[in-house]
Design a binder for this molecule. Structure first.
Ligand code: MLT
Ligand code: MN
Length: 301
């Protein structure tokens, strides 16, 4: 079974379309490769694939990933796909907008927390996913599903908050409202956790991570206030529901004792200096046993 990082960057991507600062500038001047918005595929040629979060870059990610292409001479006909299911972990734009690329009367399933699927159902643009072909199935945190053979998947609640675009209508600012989840993926060989949003590492989460083999963890910002510092906006990482990597309550300190086979940051914002291999921040995460994801990274799970 393989895990393919389809996109390693946080919302906005690297570079962000309207940004010439932060790490984006190096991509515009062609000294750094672009990175698309966070998404992961798991599976293999025989089982098909499950996509975790449908980023706005999904069409480009499919183009770049031969494993996800439709096949000639397929029993279903010329319209076919190896994508069997999409799991959405929250309703942020960078996690759901890509679903719109998957219209055109193709059978697949969408799984996600009840609250997230309700947000999709309330927004009529997602009606392009014809329910006759696309089943939407709420996933409880107590439940294990096997959307493709040989893979068991479980959702778990992570501290976080509702998408920024719903803050006003829901009248919320922060706090755990059950809008954000992580994913545990179990195969015969390993246990992998994918957590693209996390506002707090509590004892329960720490214990779950301690028993995993591979971890993809929220790497949105290195310093809480790096966006304001770089003139990229007013919001801090914490304000957006993301723990800064370098904080004493952040992943480097809180997960230092966890002996995983791999620990990688993903959902990395274009403000984050860990993109730059020459930076102190990058050296800090490497010295702490972490690495960063990049588009197209593949590993066995
Ligand atoms: C986040 O991860 O906090 C969001 O993607 C931010 C956003 O919606 O711009
Ligand atoms: Mn995001």
């Amino acid at each position: 079974m393989e895990l393919i990082v389809l996109g390693a960057a946080a919302g906005g991507g690297l570079p962000q379309w309207n940004c010439a600062g932060g790490q984006s500038s190096q991509v515009w001047n062609k000294t750094r490769l672009p990175q698309s918005q966070a998404s992961v595929a798991i599976g293999n040629e025989r089982t098909g694939y499950v996509i975790i979060n449908a980023s706005p870059d999904l069409r480009q990610q499919i183009l770049q990933t031969p494993q996800l292409h439709p096949k000639p001479n397929h029993p279903d006909g010329v319209r076919n796909t190896p994508i069997a299911a999409v799991i959405v972990t929250n309703a942020d734009v960078d996690n759901v907008a890509g679903l719109l690329n998957l219209r055109e009367k193709q059978r697949f399933s969408i799984y996600g927390p009840t609250k997230v699927l309700e947000i999709l159902q309330e927004n009529s643009i997602f009606a392009v996913l014809d329910p006759e072909f696309v089943t939407q199935r709420p996933l409880e945190t107590t439940e294990t599903i096997s959307p493709i053979p040989g893979v068991e998947i479980e959702l778990f609640t992570v501290a976080g908050k509702a998408p920024l675009y719903l803050e006003d209508s829901l009248g919320i600012q922060s706090g755990d409202l059950g809008f954000t989840s992580g994913i545990e993926i179990r195969t015969a060989a390993s246990k992998t956790l994918v957590i693209s949003s996390c506002a707090q590492i509590d004892q329960k989460l720490r214990e779950r991570i301690e028993t995993a083999d591979h971890l993809l963890f929220d790497g949105t910002v290195f310093e809480d206030d790096e966006m304001p510092q770089l003139g990229l906006g007013e919001k801090t990482g914490r304000r957006m529901g993301h723990l800064p990597i370098s904080g004493t309550d952040g992943p480097i300190v809180q997960l230092a004792h966890c002996n995983l086979k791999t620990k990688r940051f993903f959902h990395i914002n274009n403000s984050n200096p860990i993109w730059d291999e020459q930076s102190l921040a990058h050296r800090t995460i490497r010295d702490a046993g972490w690495d960063i994801c990049h588009d197209g990274l593949v590993f066995e799970i």
